[in-house]
Design a protein around this ligand. Structure first.
Ligand SMILES: C[S@@+](CC[C@H](N)C(=O)[O-])C[C@H]1O[C@@H](n2cnc3c(N)ncnc32)[C@H](O)[C@@H]1O
Length: 278
């Protein structure tokens, strides 16, 4: 385990790749002869998906990359690369016709990018559009999402039909928040719950079932000058089975979110910890 801590390659980020992303890709590779994936590209020449695709020569993993800045060091590892903001790309037919994907990894910047006007943007619209483009053509796919707390989908969209207050599991959510002793963590928990409920609610509205594959993860991402708390989710979106009620779906999700893993690398021991209720 390396102690290197940069925006792209921290120990915590690597833990997320190994424990959240790679198992999803392994599952897809074991089920399909070709896996199509959409990925936000990083600035290291190595790519995480080759840890799976190189070991399974039978399945082709076709990656379409998206990056803000050109050229991307990972471009050569992709079938196609689109440069630009996702919010612009989703309006370009040359990009939208690449849908559907089996795996979508919206791995947004962290490390305090919100301090720069250039990187500040509300992401809910583009996230919903990407989901919508995909579920029109694919009735089962995996969706990975990494945000920083400034990207809080939930508080930015707080309104009278708030996804938490209007939710069938609002009483359970309040009970859970009241059980948390560290009151300074309430906003973080609201974000963890609210972001997931926004996405689950959007899929429900479209007639799809969106399930958390495991508990979300959170860690501190660092860049050269700033730190920010990252939130990581993994979802499976599939056709809604009539027997699943919205209430049971939210209840199940809340119970999974309550076990959010707080990932922390201890330099002294060289170990990575995954605390719950941090
Ligand atoms: C954290 S890195 C991706 C790391 C990569 N997934 C990996 O694991 O190695 C985030 C990348 O997403 C791209 N990005 C961030 N915000 C974006 C946006 N709004 N639209 C398009 N690309 C974006 C940037 O090019 C940036 O390099």
């Amino acid at each position: 385990m390396t102690s290197k801590k940069t925006l792209y390659d921290s120990v915590e980020k690597n833990w997320v790749r190994q424990n959240l992303w790679i198992p999803v890709l392994k599952k897809l590779v074991s089920e399909k002869s070709r896996v199509k994936s959409l990925e936000m590209l990083g600035e290291t020449p190595e790519v995480w998906w080759e840890q799976v695709s190189h070991h399974n020569s039978k399945t082709a993993v076709d990656v379409t990359g998206v990056a803000l800045d050109r050229p991307s060091k990972q471009a050569g590892r992709c079938r196609k690369v689109f440069y630009g903001r996702l919010s612009d790309l989703i309006n370009r037919p040359v990009f939208t016709k690449t849908f559907p994907y089996d795996l979508i990894n919206l791995d947004y910047y962290g490390g305090g990018r919100w301090f720069s006007e250039k990187f500040r943007s509300d992401k809910i619209g583009e996230i919903f559009k990407v989901i919508s483009l995909n579920l029109k053509k694919n009735n089962s796919f995996y969706f990975l999402l990494t945000l920083e707390t400034n990207d809080l989908i939930y508080p930015w969209y707080k309104h009278s039909t708030d996804v938490i207050t209007q939710n069938p599991v609002f009483p359970e959510t309040v009970k859970f928040l009241n059980s948390i002793n560290k009151s300074e963590r309430w906003n973080l928990w609201l974000a963890l719950i609210g972001n997931a409920f926004e996405i689950i609610g959007y899929c429900l509205k479209k007639g799809f079932h969106c399930e958390l594959l495991g508990s979300p993860c959170t860690y501190i991402g660092e860049s050269t000058s700033h730190k920010s708390r990252m939130l990581v989710y993994s979802f499976h979106v599939s056709e809604l089975e009539k027997k699943t009620s919205a209430e049971s779906l939210y209840k199940k999700s809340l119970n999974i979110i309550k076990k959010t893993r707080f990932i922390k690398y201890a330099k002294t021991s060289g170990k990575i910890g995954t605390l719950s209720l941090g």
